[in-house]
Design a protein around this ligand. Structure first.
Ligand code: 6CS
Length: 283
């Protein structure tokens, strides 16, 4: 009887282990199941074309949401619902559960890679400075702005350009937080800032729509890296991120990824030539 008891005990342990493992698996998959049941994924965007854009009628477009919408559709999540957020508030919002994912051109950098779980790369771009025609202060880099003690540069709050300017030695009081592209453009046109910094494609989009001959684009900013973003998920949602990556990889292989992002001016080859691991390790 004893032997039977021991066997029953071992079987019971094995069964518990199997159930726990399958339960753990189902716990991991639960976020995707939850989004499928919800019918949409809540995405954070910045409304900075061509990365992200919200039309007057509320329609969300831009390369990042378009890729995310297609990937989620293939995962069985019918659509995306976007909220506009400042870059600096995206990761806290994700961590607080206000969004399911950030799809906004949130560039991969080590400190961000430590705070979220990124997909593989989606959109890559260099940095630019928008200045008055003729570049009167001769800016080529953020260091040039730092050296000119009267110069100010506008950049998104919590954004990469703000960080690059501060790290290049531009004092805090000369790095002006700008809420969005139109505000940055106006501040430059009114002479309230000497330069406005965003990624190249965002600055080019602003200039194309501004129809102002008194503007000049300095690109790429000397000394600034080329960055790539990925879809950013909350820590703990690795299974959802992995599922996203499987479909993203299929889009890349089939050529559909290029069809989505290249009309916006992005290079599919640039995103496919690098990896999350490389970008998150970059100094
Ligand atoms: O990831 C960032 O911080 C930057 N990304 C974009 C697409 N625009 C500005 C922002 O600073």
């Amino acid at each position: 009887m004893k032997k039977l008891g021991i066997l029953a005990g071992v079987a019971g342990l094995a069964l518990t282990a199997v159930l726990a493992a399958s339960n753990a698996g189902s716990a991991d998959d639960s976020k995707l199941e939850q989004l499928k049941a919800q019918g949409f994924a809540r995405v954070a965007i910045a409304n900075e074309p061509p990365y992200t854009a919200v039309a007057a009628d509320g329609k969300v477009s831009g390369a990042a949401p378009d890729v995310a919408r297609e990937v989620f559709k293939r995962l069985g999540v019918g659509d995306i619902v976007a909220s506009i957020s400042e870059y600096g508030a995206m990761i806290p919002g994700l961590q607080a559960g206000r969004f399911d994912v950030v799809t906004a051109g949130l560039f991969m950098k080590p400190e961000r890679c430590a705070a979220v779980v990124y997909s593989e790369p989606v959109l890559c771009d260099a940095e630019a400075l928008l200045v008055k025609k003729g570049n009167p202060k001769g800016f080529k880099s953020y260091e040039d702005i730092a050296k000119d003690t009267s110069a100010t540069v506008g950049a998104p709050g919590g954004g990469t350009e703000e960080k690059l300017a501060l790290n290049a030695g531009v004092p805090r009081e000369r790095v002006i937080v700008v809420p969005d592209g139109q505000s940055g453009l106006k501040m430059l046109q009114d002479g309230r800032i000497d330069a406005y910094s965003l990624p190249v494609l965002s600055i080019n989009d602003l200039v194309k729509k501004a129809n102002d001959p008194n503007l000049e684009v300095i690109a790429p900013v000397v000394g600034a890296p080329v960055y790539c973003d990925g879809a950013a998920f909350k820590k703990g949602d690795e299974a959802l991120r992995d599922a996203f990556d499987v479909e993203l990889a299929k889009l890349k292989t089939s050529g559909e990824f290029a069809k989505i992002i290249e009309p916006y001016g992005f290079s599919a080859a640039a995103a496919m030539s690098t990896t999350r691991d490389k970008l998150c390790a970059a100094k």
